[in-house]
Design a protein. Structure first.
Ligand SMILES: [Zn+2]
Length: 159
């Protein structure tokens, strides 16, 4: 611990945004309970919301996950079962378009790669395909064909 001129040592991870009333640190027991799906819902939600912003907490969860990795249950499995914190499809679209800030991008990458959420992986794959220029061209071509046929039908009706 370092003492500054002011006599107080500040946790470098603490920011003004952390000053939430009633906030308390997650204990190792709570992380283990979360992994075991035994943490109360409100606390799970608080933990997941903090995971979005706290790199330190993600590291701790990662470590707890590795320590508890006895092949029974993974956080990924919990996440996939409950989909408690799955980002919305529009958020994933923004992620793919690199429109999100660093923190959220990192959280989504964590959700996708570390948690390995299959639901979101499917969503992302779908979005990637949708943004594929070839697929888009095919869709547009089909649309134009349809419009052309509709125009033809309208012309026939008018005649
Ligand atoms: Zn997900």
């Amino acid at each position: 611990m370092m003492r500054t001129a002011g006599g107080w040592s500040r946790n470098p991870h603490t920011t003004a945004g952390d000053a939430v009333p009633h906030r308390r640190e997650f204990t190792e027991a709570e992380l283990a309970a979360y992994i075991a799906e035994a943490l109360p819902v409100e606390r799970s939600m608080a933990l997941e919301s903090e995971l979005r912003t706290s790199t330190a907490l993600r590291e701790r969860l990662r470590a707890a996950l590795a320590a508890s990795d006895s092949g029974t249950l993974s956080v990924g499995a919990i996440w996939q079962q409950q989909r408690l914190s799955c980002p919305s499809r529009s958020t994933w679209a923004a992620y793919l378009a690199k429109e999100l800030g660093d923190g959220l991008t990192e959280y989504l990458r964590f959700h996708l790669d570390e948690i390995g959420c299959r639901f979101c992986a499917a969503n992302v794959a779908d979005l990637q395909q949708a943004s594929d220029p070839e697929a888009e061209r095919r869709t547009r071509k089909y649309f134009q064909t349809s419009v052309g046929r509709l125009s033809q039908v309208a012309a026939d009706d008018a005649g």
